[in-house]
Write a protein that binds this ligand. Structure first.
Ligand SMILES: [Mg+2]
Length: 363
C-alpha cells in the first residue's frame, strides 16, 4: 500500500445529452439526460464519479462539498462522507444534495482503488464477475414498432427480463398501458420475465386493479405502482398482488431504506442518488437483514463493481437512456453480453471521461 494521500482537487463538469425524440414515463417527460461529473485528485491519481441530475448538483459540490473534503485523507471515505453530510445539514441532505454527495463518493472510491493500483471490484470484494442485467425503457412515447426495436436490442444483448413504463399520463390511459404489456409479451416471447414501472402514476385502487390484470398476464415486477412516498399504499399492494412490488430509486440514505424495506418485495437502490457506493452498500446490507434482494436502478456501468460485491443482488437495470449515454460520456464501460456486464481487472472502476464527451459539455 502507498502512504497517506490528501484530497487536493475537486473538479466538476456538466454534460447534456439530448434524446433522439421526447421521452416520457407515467409521470414525467424529458428531452435530454444531464450528467454531472466529479474528478477528485490525491497522490498523483484522479478518481471519477458522476450523477444524473441538474447542473445545480455541480454548484452544491463546488459551493459546499469541496471544502468539506479538501485536505482529507483519501483512504478515509467514511470520514469524508460524514463531513459532507454534516456540511449540508441546513440545505437538506436528500434529493439534489444526495445526488451531489453520491457523485463525490463514487469518485472517492475510484480514487482510492487507483491509489492502491487495484480494481474497484477487488477493493470492495466480489461475489461474482458477471452482473445480470435487464432491459429497461419502453417509454410511453414509443410506437409499437419502436418498442419492438428496443426489445430486439435487449434480446440481442441476452436479456431475459425486460421492463416498460406504464401509468401513462398519471394513470389515465390504463387500457393502453395493458395493451402495451401484451405487445411486450408478443415481442419478447414467452421465456422473458416481464416487468413494469408506473413511476407512482396510479392511486392505490387503480394499482390494485391494474396489478390484478398484470398477475393474469404473468408480469413478475410492478415498480412504484403508487408513489414511493406512500409506504402504506405500497404495503397494501404488496399483500394484494402476486407480482413483486419494487421501489427505492429515490432513497437517499439508510433511513429512507429502512422505511421501504417492510413494504417492498425487492429493494431498488441507485448509486447516483443513495450516497454513492458507500450508501448503496449500507442499503444492501439492510435489505439482506430483511431477506430481500437488491436491484440496481439505472447507471448500469457505475453499478457494475458494487453490484458484483453483494450476495443479495437480483439484477442491474440496463436503462436505455443510460446505456446510450454512458459510452458517450466515458471510455471503458463494462462489456455487455449474454445478459450480463462482465468485470475485468482494470484499476478503479476502469472508466475515464471520453475525448468526445467535450461535445456535450455545457459547464
Ligand atoms: Mg422506476
Amino acid at each position: 500500500m502507498t502512504g497517506a494521500a490528501s484530497i487536493t482537487g475537486v473538479a466538476t463538469a456538466v454534460y447534456r445529452f439530448p434524446t433522439k425524440q421526447p421521452e416520457a414515463d407515467g409521470t414525467l417527460r424529458w428531452d435530454a439526460t444531464t450528467a454531472v461529473t466529479v474528478t477528485l485528485s490525491a497522490g498523483g491519481q484522479t478518481g471519477l464519479g458522476w450523477t444524473y441530475s441538474s447542473p445545480a448538483a455541480a454548484a452544491v459540490i463546488q459551493d459546499v462539498l469541496a471544502d468539506a473534503v479538501r485536505d482529507r485523507d483519501a483512504y478515509d471515505i467514511p470520514a469524508g462522507r460524514s463531513a459532507m453530510h454534516r456540511a449540508c445539514r441546513n440545505l437538506g441532505t436528500r434529493g439534489l444534495v444526495a445526488q451531489a454527495l453520491s457523485a463525490m463518493d463514487i469518485a472517492w472510491w475510484d480514487l482510492k482503488a487507483r491509489l492502491l493500483h487495484i480494481p474497484l471490484g477487488a477493493l470492495m470484494g466480489r461475489c461474482r464477475r458477471d452482473v445480470p442485467i435487464y432491459g429497461s425503457g419502453g417509454f410511453t412515447t414509443l410506437t409499437d414498432a419502436q418498442l419492438a426495436e428496443q426489445v430486439a436490442w435487449w434480446l440481442s444483448a441476452g436479456c431475459t427480463a425486460m421492463k416498460i413504463k406504464i401509468g401513462e399520463s398519471w394513470g389515465t390511459r390504463i387500457d393502453r398501458d395493458l395493451d402495451r404489456v401484451r405487445r411486450l409479451r408478443e415481442f419478447a416471447g414467452d421465456s422473458v420475465d416481464l416487468m413494469v414501472d408506473a413511476n407512482g402514476g396510479y392511486s392505490v385502487g387503480q394499482a390494485r386493479r391494474v396489478g390484478a390484470e398484470l398477475d393474469r398476464l404473468g408480469v413478475s415486477w410492478f415498480e412504484e405502482p403508487v408513489s414511493s412516498d406512500d409506504t402504506a399504499g405500497l404495503a397494501t399492494l404488496k399483500s394484494a398482488l402476486l407480482c413483486d412490488v419494487a421501489a427505492g430509486e429515490y432513497a437517499a440514505d439508510v433511513y429512507d431504506v429502512r422505511a421501504l424495506l417492510p413494504v417492498v418485495d425487492c429493494l431498488q437502490l441507485d448509486v447516483t442518488r443513495c450516497g454513492g457506493y458507500t450508501g448503496w452498500l449500507r442499503g444492501a446490507a439492510l435489505a439482506q437483514a430483511h431477506n430481500l434482494q437488491v436491484s440496481a436502478h439505472c447507471a448500469p456501468a457505475l453499478h457494475a463493481p458494487v453490484a458484483a460485491s453483494i450476495p443479495n443482488l437480483r439484477h442491474v437495470e440496463w436503462f436505455a437512456d443510460h446505456a446510450r449515454v454512458e459510452p458517450l460520456l466515458v471510455d471503458g464501460t463494462p462489456d455487455v453480453r449474454g445478459g450480463a456486464m462482465h468485470l475485468d481487472d482494470r484499476v478503479g472502476h476502469g472508466m475515464r471521461l471520453s475525448r468526445e464527451a467535450a461535445t456535450w459539455c455545457i459547464a
